[in-house]
Design a protein around this ligand. Structure first.
Ligand SMILES: [Zn+2]
Length: 301
C-alpha cells in the first residue's frame, strides 16, 4: 500500500514538472508569426510546449508580379516548409489578403477554432497596428476573448472553462505605443528566426524589398547576407542598431535596443546590456491575467 502511494506521488510530481502548454500565434498573414514570435516559438517547442500558427488570410496579396492565385500557392508551400522546420501545425484560412474584417461570422469562426485547440496562451496583433488586416485580426481576438467561455454561444463547440492568457506582439505604431510587459533574449534563436524568414522567400527577397524600393541580390550567400543586414557585434551600440537600415537581424536587434531598460531589469546590468536580439510582448487585458508560475514557464527564459 505504501509502495503504491509512493508510486502515485512520484507520478504526480513527474506530471507537474512536465508542464505542456498550448500556444497559439494568430497572425493576419503568413509571415507575421515568423517575424514577431519565431524565436519564442522555437524556445517553447524545445521546452516541450505545443505551438500552433494561424494565418487568418490566404496570402494572395503579397506579391507585385505573380497573380493572387500564384502567390497563394507559393506562400502555402513556404508555410508548409516553416511548419516542417519547426515541427508545428500551421493553419491558413481562406480569407483573401486585405479583406479581413471583424464581422460576426469571422468572430464565431475564431471562437470555434480557438475552443477546439484550447490554448493556454494566444499571441495576437495589437488593435492599432499599421495594416488593416492586422487591426481586424486584433479586433477579432479581442471580440472573441471573453466569449470563448460562454457555452450558449456556438454551442456545438464546447466552451473553454478558463480564458487563455493573451499577449500582443510588438509593433511600431505610436498612438498608443506598444509597451513591453515581457521581453526575452533570443540570442540563442536568432539563426532559427532568420531561417524562418528565409523560408518566406517570396516575401523577404521579393515583395518586401519591392515595397522598400530595394532589390535582393542573386545567389544563396548574397541573399542570406541581404536578409541579415548589418552585422550586429557585441560592440554595436543601440544608436547604431536603431539607425541600421534594412535587414532582419537588425530588426530583431532593434527590439533589444528599444527595450534595453526592461532587459537590464530582467537579466541584471551585465547580461541585460549584452543581449543582442529580443522579442517583446504586451499583456492584453481581455485575456486571463497570468500568475507568476505561468510567466516563469513561458517568458522566464
Ligand atoms: Zn501582416
Amino acid at each position: 500500500m505504501i509502495l503504491l502511494y509512493n508510486k502515485i506521488k512520484i507520478m504526480s510530481i513527474a506530471i507537474m514538472e512536465d508542464i505542456i502548454m498550448k500556444i497559439l500565434a494568430i497572425g493576419a498573414h503568413q509571415d507575421d508569426n515568423e517575424f514577431r514570435v519565431g524565436g519564442m516559438a522555437s524556445k517553447w517547442i524545445k521546452a516541450g510546449h505545443e505551438v500552433r500558427f494561424l494565418s487568418m488570410c490566404d496570402g494572395g496579396g503579397g506579391h507585385h508580379i505573380m497573380t493572387a492565385a500564384e502567390t497563394r500557392a507559393r506562400r502555402a508551400r513556404e508555410s508548409a516548409a516553416v511548419a516542417e522546420y519547426l515541427g508545428i501545425r500551421y493553419d491558413i484560412w481562406d480569407i483573401e489578403d486585405c479583406n479581413l474584417v471583424a464581422d460576426l461570422e469571422t468572430r464565431k469562426r475564431l471562437i470555434c477554432y480557438v475552443r477546439e485547440f484550447c490554448p493556454d496562451l494566444i499571441i495576437a496583433h495589437r488593435l492599432n497596428d499599421y495594416h488593416a488586416d492586422h487591426r481586424a485580426a486584433a479586433q477579432l481576438v479581442a471580440d472573441a476573448s471573453y466569449l470563448l467561455t460562454v457555452p450558449n454561444l456556438c454551442p456545438d463547440t464546447p466552451a473553454m472553462r478558463r480564458l487563455p492568457v493573451i499577449v500582443y506582439n510588438e509593433d511600431k505604431t505610436k498612438n498608443p505605443e506598444f509597451s513591453a510587459t515581457y521581453v526575452v533574449s533570443i540570442d540563442d534563436e536568432v539563426e532559427t528566426k532568420l531561417h524562418l524568414c528565409h523560408l518566406n522567400e517570396s516575401q523577404v527577397y521579393e515583395w518586401l524589398p519591392y515595397t522598400y524600393e530595394l532589390t535582393a541580390p542573386e545567389g544563396e550567400a548574397e541573399r542570406r547576407a541581404f536578409l541579415k543586414g548589418m552585422e550586429i557585434t557585441p560592440g554595436t551600440t543601440d544608436e547604431e542598431i536603431m539607425a541600421g537600415g534594412y535587414g532582419y537581424s537588425v530588426r530583431f536587434a532593434r527590439t533589444a535596443a528599444r527595450f534595453r531598460r526592461e532587459l537590464i531589469e530582467k537579466y541584471g546590468e551585465e547580461k541585460g546590456k549584452s543581449v543582442r536580439y529580443a522579442e517583446a510582448f504586451e499583456l492584453c487585458e481581455y485575456g486571463r491575467q497570468p500568475d507568476e508560475a505561468f510567466v516563469k514557464e513561458l517568458f522566464g527564459f
